[in-house]
Design a protein around this ligand. Structure first.
Ligand code: ATP
Length: 256
């Protein structure tokens, strides 16, 4: 891995909605060239954390440092160096794929938007979709376009929420390989939220598992497997979701 430079540092980050805590005293760092996976059951606080990293939600307390700058004070400047992809955020539906990507290329001030679009169309095989209205794409096609949008400004930090949602297994496998290769070439720091544990095992250098707003497990995928005496992250995840560490007591084992 390349030299360790901090891309994101989150310290004592908390968020409450109407007094109800959603994220509690969360701390982590993400380094350049590294992928950190944020895992947790539904409602654990992943999206709330990512929304704060993007400046979409204000923390109740704590700090977020992005590329050495305070996210809360320099949000607009820092957002130019970041990007994100989420299956839950729709691009304008009536615009064609090309129009959408051109819009974002200009928004991010790409020096040569046309060349960047051609590069991404080639890399992500978007040529056949180029003139289609974005609203008429299949969900797997939308996922690829959403990733192209996320890469348009060659971000130093990429936040990926379920990057392979709705992709068929072959395309998902190809996309994971593409992301790994892209990261090796660019040194981009990736924060990954995923429910796909084999994806996490393949892509993540570091894992943080959240439960009820708190980080309850920290380590590399290998460290988590060793700590829990498990053969894969899916089983580790189930142990933690069910709040138990005894491998022989996991319900999943009896059932499967
Ligand atoms: N705008 C909001 N107003 C009130 N409560 C919210 C809001 N957004 C999230 N929450 C609550 O905060 C908690 C964390 O939600 P969050 O969406 O961050 O979870 P998540 O880990 O991303 O879950 P999922 O895997 O289902 O996407 C949940 O209890 C949720 O109901």
């Amino acid at each position: 891995m390349s030299e360790s430079v901090e891309a994101i540092r989150v310290q004592a980050l908390s968020k409450s909605f109407n007094g109800t805590p959603a994220v509690k005293d969360v701390n982590f760092s993400l380094h350049r060239g590294e992928t950190l996976a944020l895992l947790g059951a539904n409602g654990a606080g992943k999206t709330t954390t990512i929304s704060m990293l993007l400046g979409l939600l204000l923390p109740t307390s704590g700090s977020i440092t992005v590329l050495g700058g305070d996210m809360l004070r320099h949000r607009y400047r820092l957002l130019q160096r970041m990007n994100f992809s989420s299956p839950y955020v729709d691009l304008p539906r009536r615009l064609s794929v090309r129009q959408n990507l051109m819009f974002f290329a200009r928004l991010y001030g790409c020096p040569d938007p046309k060349a960047r679009l051609e590069e991404l169309a080639h890399d992500l095989d978007l040529g056949p979709l180029w003139r289609k209205p974005t609203g008429k794409l299949s969900s797997g096609q939308k996922t690829r376009v959403s990733l192209a949008k996320a890469l348009i400004n060659a971000p130093e930090i990429l936040l990926l929420d379920e990057p392979t949602a709705s992709l068929d297994p072959d395309t998902a496998d190809w996309l994971r390989g593409y992301l790994q290769d892209y990261q090796r070439r660019s040194g981009t720091a990736i924060l990954l939220a995923s429910h796909n544990m084999s994806e996490v095992e393949r892509l993540a250098h570091q894992v943080r598992i959240m439960r009820a707003g708190e980080i309850v497990e920290t380590g590399t995928p290998r460290e988590l497997l060793d700590r829990h005496g498990r053969g894969n992250l899916e089983q580790v995840f189930l142990d933690i979701a069910r709040n138990q560490r005894q491998p022989d007591r996991a319900y999943g084992e009896a059932a499967s």
